[in-house]
Design a binder for this molecule. Structure first.
Ligand SMILES: [Zn+2]
Length: 361
């Protein structure tokens, strides 16, 4: 065997070994990491176990971690991850950012000042059963991002990724018609209602991966190509970000510009909130990490169930963990200072609406 071939075989063996390790760590260590953080969080926040999900006689907790002000009249931001059990990199980015914030609180007065009038919720693992089983859906085979009571008029019956009710054995299954939302979605919805509903301004960042070469920030809607009522705020947020960080890597777009679905949880949250709290602004965003970049650099990882959605090689994983810190810092600042930038006159709002329509619809 040539030296080159021997090198390639060794590399493949190493890659398979590291994949096995990553699989093990995803299944077991995410919960340990949250447990390990409990003590440092206890000094300036709380860890709350919201619910448990059982798989094969093992119970997996659903945690939310609350930092900063507990009052309901302050702006609030939530980082949500692990809706899809295979997209564990989102959970890891959130936990890594939480660790950074824990250390900042130990010495950084700016962070202290921010947290006096800001609520931050970390909800790193919506679907722990899916992570444990290494599958996208929850343990009952339901895709939690197709499971909310929102029907799209624009999704064809034959487009399965848009959500279907054929069988939980197929991906993108919505659950049975007329049944309540899955336990995981109900738990998340309850936390959002308790913690974010009354905030004058709230931002939700839900982490996903598995689509495209770019890191995208998706805003609603997923059920219709029609414009999102808060699109003036989104455009302002995008302008603030692009002006402040002109060399950033993200593209903002409505989710409907890529594909449409039934049962989108964030469409449901936004529509429910708007109906009940029309004077408060809630903006749910999805950060869709462009996983095809990792596959392009390491095509063999598609042979692994996690390889399609996550960076597998350690240096690429580390790069992903530090890549989004700037964006998450920005979202925290923008939420904390929302009253400075989002006060819009009717005239400004109309002008931004037209500009957003020309840009995105
Ligand atoms: Zn996803």
């Amino acid at each position: 065997m040539s030296r080159l071939r021997r090198g390639a075989v060794a590399e493949l063996v190493w890659l398979l070994e590291s994949m096995k390790k990553i699989k093990f760590s995803k299944k077991n260590e995410i919960f340990l990491r949250i447990d390990n953080l409990k003590n440092s969080i206890a000094r300036f926040g709380t860890v709350i176990q919201q619910d448990v999900v059982s798989v094969d006689n093992t119970s997996y907790p659903i945690y939310s971690i609350h930092l900063g002000a507990r009052r309901n009249d302050v702006p609030a931001i939530a980082f949500v991850g692990g809706v899809h059990g295979l997209e564990v990199i989102g959970t890891e980015v959130i936990l890594s950012y939480l660790e950074t914030l824990c250390h900042l609180i130990e010495w950084d007065r700016t962070t202290h000042a921010q947290l006096e009038n800001l609520k931050i919720i970390f909800y790193p693992c919506v679907n722990p059963g899916g992570i444990a089983l290494e599958q996208r859906s929850n343990p009952r085979g339901v895709d939690l991002m197709r499971n909310a009571p929102v029907d799209s008029k624009s999704v064809s019956r034959f487009f399965l990724p848009g959500g279907h009710r054929l069988s939980p054995k197929l991906p993108w299954y919505r659950g049975k018609a007329g049944e309540p939302m899955e336990q995981e979605n109900q738990t998340l919805f309850r936390v959002i209602k308790e913690e974010l509903w009354d905030a004058p301004f709230s931002l939700i960042i839900d982490f996903h991966s598995g689509f495209g070469m770019k890191d995208r920030i998706w805003f609603p809607f997923a059920n219709t190509a029609g414009p999102f009522p808060r699109v003036p705020e989104i455009l302002l947020l995008k302008k603030l970000f692009d002006q402040t960080y002109p060399h950033n890597i993200y593209s903002f777009e409505p989710q409907s510009s890529q594909y449409m679905t039934h049962g989108d949880f964030w469409d449901f949250v936004f529509l429910s909130h708007q109906k009940e709290k029309p004077d408060n602004v809630m903006i749910p965003l999805c950060l869709e990490l462009g996983s095809w970049i990792w596959i392009k650099k390491n095509p063999r990882q598609i042979f692994n169930s996690l390889g399609f959605f996550n960076p597998i090689v350690p240096h690429r994983q580390q790069r992903t963990l530090r890549r989004h810190i700037l964006l998450l810092d920005f979202f925290i600042r923008a939420t904390h200072s929302a009253h400075h930038w989002r006060g819009l006159s009717m005239k400004e709002r109309d002008r931004l609406f037209l500009e957003a329509q020309a840009l995105w619809y």
